[in-house]
Design a protein. Structure first.
Length: 387
């Protein structure tokens, strides 16, 4: 069994590099259509620890998550374009937040119903799922560490987060033929779509095609400076026993720092691939989290998949009520829903299917989720905890 910290780091980096390399290679990337790379980056270290290849109890795992997670969040939030998001207009933004409210309400109600089956300790797990389904995987990992979610609780939630969004995306695409009938029944104001076409800029990734050592070095300096500042500020903020710890504050503060830096010239670091460096750090953190977990802890995943489907059903009902009240077209219902549950990878696809030319609406709404998902996940977890 490998127990030396440096050797563990080498193994984790090797797993991350292998998975990312295969997921990007022309011949093998199709193998990651159903189970994405982020799943394997978490599962393979878990399997390695369970089989005895690496120790699951090394202190190096805690050091990786404590310092690299906040740094990754800085780089992931650095390229956020708040002006482009605000140009979406009040109806689109309202539909996104109505969908997010549906996720939170669904998580609380679903936890209350399934608590006798999964156990009270899963309140924090439903919070991490809410963070992912109002934001993305980065938000899920951030809430996991902010709330010190047990690995036995987090592991099955990763399964749920992998299975349910793909099912929901398939349902959303299959329902595209209902769009004209829904808009007639809802008396939808389709002039909103014309306004979106006029005001939404084409928001494309600005990541450079080639990262340079200098660009990576500057991005890492900014990331760790922001992480260090967040740690220092968090130490000065009051702690609430069993609710808000110092690291909870760190995650919330570093998210704010990343957003504030997006208004500065440092945002131009995205041209040299700052967010890609951020994802490299985030996935390395995920390997460390996976190495502490056990394969045996995913046994409750089937029950939790049912709970996840219930969350999605409540989310859909809340969105439909919101669309009825606001006379929002089905395009915005679909885009807002996929921006919540699917994220930046799938929201533009669904938006393009429903209205060709408006894929950027789905992308911008998903980016908005990345901004607020951590805070909403923590809120959802605390509401579940109150149950």
């Amino acid at each position: 069994m490998i127990s030396h910290p440096l050797l563990i780091i080498v193994v984790l980096l090797g797993i991350e590099a292998l998975v990312m390399g295969l997921s990007r290679h022309e011949r093998t990337k199709c193998c990651f259509d159903k189970l994405p790379a982020v799943f394997w980056i978490y599962f393979l270290p878990m399997l390695a620890a369970t089989c005895g290849l690496i120790t699951p109890n090394s202190p190096v795992y805690g050091m990786i998550t404590t310092w690299l997670l906040p740094a990754s969040l800085v780089l992931l939030l650095l390229p956020v374009d708040m002006k482009a998001i605000l140009r979406l207009g009040p109806t689109a933004l309202a539909m996104f937040f109505i969908g997010a409210a549906g996720i939170i309400a669904g998580a609380v109600l679903s936890f209350a119903l399934f608590k006798p089956l999964v156990g009270r300790e899963f309140w924090s797990g439903f919070g991490t799922l809410s963070a992912s389904w109002t934001g993305g995987s980065a938000n899920m990992i951030a809430v996991k560490e902010a709330l010190s979610v047990p690995d036995a609780v987090f592991a099955p939630m990763v399964i749920v987060d992998t299975v349910v969004p793909y099912l929901w995306m398939g349902i959303m695409i299959a329902m595209v033929g209902l769009q004209p009938a829904f808009d007639r029944w809802n008396r939808s104001d389709r002039t909103i779509l014309d306004q979106l076409g006029e005001h939404v800029v084409q928001h494309l990734a600005t990541c450079g095609s080639r990262r340079t050592p200098a660009g990576i070095g500057i991005a890492l300096c900014v990331a760790f400076a922001g992480s260090g500042a967040a740690h220092l500020i968090a130490r000065q903020l009051p702690r609430i026993q069993d609710v808000v710890t110092s690291y909870t504050w760190t995650i919330m503060v570093v998210s704010l720092i990343g957003i504030l830096l997006s208004f500065s010239p440092l945002r131009n670091l995205e041209r040299s691939g700052a967010s890609r460096t951020g994802y490299d750090l985030l996935y390395f953190v995920l390997t460390a989290i996976g190495a502490k977990a056990s394969v045996a802890s995913i046994g409750s995943a089937l029950v939790l998949i049912a709970a996840g489907m219930m969350i999605v059903a409540i989310h859909a009902v809340v969105l439909l009520i919101g669309a009825r009240l606001m006379r929002a077209p089905m395009f915005l219902v679909a885009a807002a829903s996929q921006a919540n549950i699917g994220g930046v990878a799938s929201a533009p696809i669904v938006a393009e299917v429903y209205h060709p030319g408006l894929a950027s609406v789905g992308l911008l709404l998903a980016i908005l989720g990345n901004i607020v998902g951590t805070w909403l996940g923590i809120l959802s977890a605390q509401l579940c905890r109150m149950m």
